[in-house]
Design a binder for this molecule. Structure first.
Ligand code: FAD
Length: 288
C-alpha cells in the first residue's frame, strides 16, 4: 500500500492567526498544509476601516485582505480550500479529516477563529444524534427527511443547496443579513432558535413562538466549537485553553487567534500565530 504523505504541520484556518503562523513556518522551510478559504477570513474583508494594526493606516478590510493575499502568494503559500471536520491525535502524529480528504501531520495549529453566533441549548448534547456541522459528511443520512439548517454566513449557502437536494423538506434559518438561499422544498424561518429537544435523537427545534418537528439539524457555521473539532481538547468556556507558547493539552497541537480567547483583534491573532509557529518548530526539533 502506498504510504500517505505526512506534513510537518497542518494550519487549520486562513485568518490573521493562520496567515501569521504560515508565513513564519514557511521561513523555516517546513512542509505545510494550510486549510481554509483562499479569500482569507470574512472578518478581514468585512472590516470597514482598520486603524489599530501597525504598519497600515486606516485601510478598508477589502484592501487589507488584498495586501495579505499578495503577501501569502509571494511567500509561496497556497490555501487548500477544504474545511477540517475532525482532528485526531493518533499517538505521534495527527489525522485531519476534511469533507474530501484525510491528511496526516506531525503537528497542528488550530486557528479557526470564533463563531459570533451563540450556540443553541442542546447543540453539543445532540451532536452525532441528529446535530451535524458538516453537510458533506452527514447530508446523505437525511435523504428524504425533514431537516433544519441553521446558517450563520452567506458563504455557507452552497452547503445548504446541497442539503436541500437530499432532504424532503428544509427549514432554513439564516442568522445573517440578506440571505439569497432558496429551494423549492425550503421554508425560510425567521428568529433565533433557542433549544433542541428529543429523546434518543433530535426531534424538535424550539423558537420563542414556534417549534419545528425535524429529523436533524445542520449548523453551518464559519467555525465549529474547538472541542467538537478535536476530541479531548481542553477548553475554557468556548475558547481553547493554551499556555504562553500556545500549546494545548494535546501534545503537538497548538492554537492561536480568536479561538484562544479575547481580545478579538488582528494584532493579537498575528502575534499568537507567530508564537505558535515558533513552538511548532521547537516541537518538531524535539521529535528528531
Ligand atoms: C466587522 C469586523 C471588523 C473588525 N475590525 C477590527 C479592527 O479594526 N481591528 C482589529 O484588531 N480587529 C478587528 N476585528 C476582529 C478581527 O477580525 C479578529 O480578531 C481576527 O480576524 C481574528 O483572526 P483569527 O485568524 O483568529 O480568526 P478569523 O479571522 O475568524 O479566521 C479564522 C478562519 O478559519 C476558518 N475556519 C474555521 N474553522 C475552520 C475549519 N474547521 N477548517 C478550515 N478553516 C476553518 C474560518 O472560516 C476563518 O476564515 C473585526 C472583526 C469584525 C467581524
Amino acid at each position: 500500500m502506498e504510504e500517505k504523505e505526512r506534513y510537518d504541520v497542518i494550519v487549520v484556518g486562513a485568518g490573521m492567526a493562520g496567515l501569521s503562523a504560515a508565513l513564519t513556518l514557511r521561513l523555516h522551510n517546513l512542509k505545510i498544509l494550510w486549510l481554509g478559504t483562499p479569500l482569507l477570513s470574512e472578518k478581514i474583508r468585512k472590516a470597514e476601516k482598520i486603524k489599530n494594526y501597525p504598519g497600515i493606516s486606516s485601510v478598508s478590510g477589502e484592501d487589507f485582505g488584498a495586501l495579505l493575499r499578495v503577501q501569502a502568494e509571494e511567500a509561496g503559500l497556497s490555501i487548500v480550500s477544504e474545511t477540517a471536520t475532525g482532528i485526531y491525535a493518533m499517538g505521534g502524529y495527527f489525522a485531519v479529516s476534511t469533507e474530501k480528504n484525510t491528511f496526516e501531520s506531525l503537528s497542528v495549529i488550530l486557528a479557526t477563529g470564533v463563531e459570533s453566533v451563540k450556540s443553541v441549548a442542546g447543540e453539543e448534547e445532540f451532536l452525532g444524534r441528529g446535530v451535524s456541522y458538516c453537510a458533506t459528511c452527514d447530508g446523505f443520512l437525511y435523504k428524504g427527511k425533514t431537516i433544519a439548517v441553521v446558517c450563520t454566513s452567506k458563504e455557507k449557502e452552497g452547503e445548504a443547496d446541497y442539503l436541500a437536494s437530499l432532504a424532503e423538506k428544509v427549514y432554513y434559518i439564516p442568522l445573517y443579513k440578506d440571505p439569497a438561499f432558496s429551494a423549492p422544498n425550503a421554508e425560510m424561518v425567521g428568529g433565533m432558535p433557542l433549544k433542541i429537544e428529543g429523546k434518543k435523537r433530535v426531534e424538535k427545534l424550539l423558537f420563542k413562538d414556534r417549534e419545528l418537528a425535524v429529523d436533524g439539524i445542520f449548523f453551518l457555521k464559519s467555525a465549529a466549537p474547538p472541542a467538537v473539532l478535536v476530541g479531548g481538547l481542553k477548553t475554557e468556556a468556548e475558547h481553547v485553553a493554551v499556555a504562553r507558547d500556545m500549546s494545548t493539552n494535546i501534545k503537538g497541537l497548538f492554537a492561536a487567534g480568536d479561538c484562544t480567547g479575547r481580545p478579538y483583534q488582528y494584532a493579537k491573532a498575528a502575534g499568537e500565530g507567530n508564537v505558535a509557529a515558533h513552538s511548532v518548530v521547537e516541537y518538531l526539533r524535539s521529535l528528531r
